[in-house]
Design a protein. Sequence first.
Length: 350
Amino acid sequence: MTARRSRLSALCLSTALCLNLSAAGPAKAGDDHDPIWKVEKKLLGKDGDKSTDVSGIACTTNAGFPRRCLVIEDEVQAAQIVIVEDGRLLAGDTIPLIGDAFEGKPIEFDGEGVTYADGAFLIIGSHGHPRDKKNKLDPTKDAAKIKASIGASSRIVEVRLDPDQIGPSGGLKAKAAVKVFTGLPAILAAEPLLAPFLNRRLDQNGLTIEGIAAWDDRLFVGLRGPSLGGDRAAIVSMPIKDVMGNGKPKARLHLVPLGLGRGVRDLAASPSGLLVLAGPTAEGDGAYSIYRVKDEAVELLGEVPPLRRDGELVKPEALLFLDQDDDGQRVLVLSDGAKEGAPRPLRIRP
């Protein structure tokens, strides 16, 4: 099956319209002077340490507080319940997603995004070549390991979880039902514009997924790479019911103008449309922005203020719609490279 391509046209943006994002709430004293929300208990990362690789968050509702939510960390095999209140996050129980191993060692799921639809969380893996910043993986000698890693991450895991199953402190009252959708690799391989980039390394403009969001009756999957035509990022959409029913979705490829060498770092649904967190496709520092996609139009909402931790710029990786009023929308941004994501509320245009 070949995905039907739909080019999303960008709105004409004036300086007056493209306002910068501003921090919501009073500044917190510290090296960055940002209003970082407190995390109680612990968001878990690799080996039981505090997470430094938060990559996705979604909640059972996009209105009111507290909210029952799920967070994914890309170096573990489980997701974690989180209660989001206005000003803090309360970490709760974990939910195993996969159990893959290679030579007796667990393989990372490389979970990159979370959304909630029809009574279930959907958690997506990167569907790409394993991260290898130091070029330790040899394509021939380590072929079996690379294949196993790609297989572990090439899934959408459904976690059926009613809000009433989650206690006020993030504890699970009943076991969640988990099932897996494995049809996305075939959809990606059938799209001529994406197929050449499958299983390539990220530093070779390889295909990797970093966002997922349910909006209207469709599931949107956002790709960090490849960067197509230099300034187009790819978003693939398909009917939610086909994914959750393990069917054969008829997919569409949307080419989104996010700028030269930029891709999707996360997606989030909001009442005003699909929100896109955009950032560099390649490794390294760069600017991060939030866009809105609605009715085949792309609108830049502003730039995410940079944040440093331990002298290093962190990378915004997770986006959550909080609320909106006459002054605009509030979103929560969590970052890779910061302990427990350093959750920051930001105010953007309505």
